[in-house]
Design a protein around this ligand. Structure first.
Ligand SMILES: Cc1cc2nc3c(=O)[nH]c(=O)nc-3n(C[C@H](O)[C@H](O)[C@H](O)COP(=O)(O)O)c2cc1C
Length: 186
């Protein structure tokens, strides 16, 4: 089913924002799966298709929230952990993405780059459907226990990020440098 807005792609790219605060409703799984279907059309040198997506159940979400609370409490104290638990407990949609590891450094770098392109495809598609995302790479995503919770062998795959998604409650404003500051004409 095509539920895209038919907005110009330039508007979707420019208006997409990282969302920190979501409404409580969980977007349909079908939207996320459609986004993943599109994510995999990202450019990918040698077509290794290095991305793997993990849709987190409520049960696993709760375990990730517990794990993050413990990590934050250890680093910053019980109160900081409590605040994180409160915030994380209200995140509606959870998804993790990994990249298959390679012993070849160049392959690994290019595969990670392809994964990032895939994330952007997913993110733009969801945004066009009114669904916001946040890419998180906090300490929890590097913890051995996180790999265990999502049943990933850290020797075989590396976590690219944990992604929250849902309907935005607040859309932040963001700015970018002027093009003239980032372009060099040779
Ligand atoms: C690889 C990567 C990791 C990120 N990790 C985090 C993170 O751990 N915490 C966070 O608040 N934002 C994270 N972000 C989101 C950025 O902070 C965000 O994209 C940036 O502030 C620009 O905002 P925008 O996405 O709305 O344009 C990450 C983005 C990328 C690409």
């Amino acid at each position: 089913m095509d539920v895209s807005s038919k907005k110009p792609i330039a508007d979707i790219i420019r208006e997409r924002r990282t969302i920190n605060f979501f409404k409580p409703d969980i977007p349909p799984r079908e939207a996320v799966l459609e986004g993943i279907e599109l994510a995999r059309w990202a450019p990918n040198h040698h077509l290794t298709e290095p991305w793997r997506f993990y849709l987190l159940s409520d049960h696993i979400k709760r375990q990730v929230v517990d794990l993050n609370t413990r990590i934050v409490a250890q680093a910053k104290g019980e109160e900081a952990g409590r605040v994180k638990r409160e915030r994380w407990s209200h995140i509606p949609g959870w998804l993790a993405m990994t990249c298959i590891r390679s012993s070849d450094d160049l392959r690994q770098q290019e595969d990670y780059a392809a994964c990032c392109c895939a994330v952007q495809n997913l993110s733009l598609y969801l945004w066009d459907r009114g669904i916001g995302m946040k890419w998180t790479t906090g300490p929890v995503t590097r913890a051995d226990e996180f790999y265990d919770l999502i049943w990933v062998d850290s020797v075989v795959e590396k976590v690219v990020g944990l992604f929250w998604y849902g309907y935005p409650d607040e859309v932040p404003v963001s700015v970018r440098k002027p093009v003239s500051e980032i372009v060099v004409e040779l």
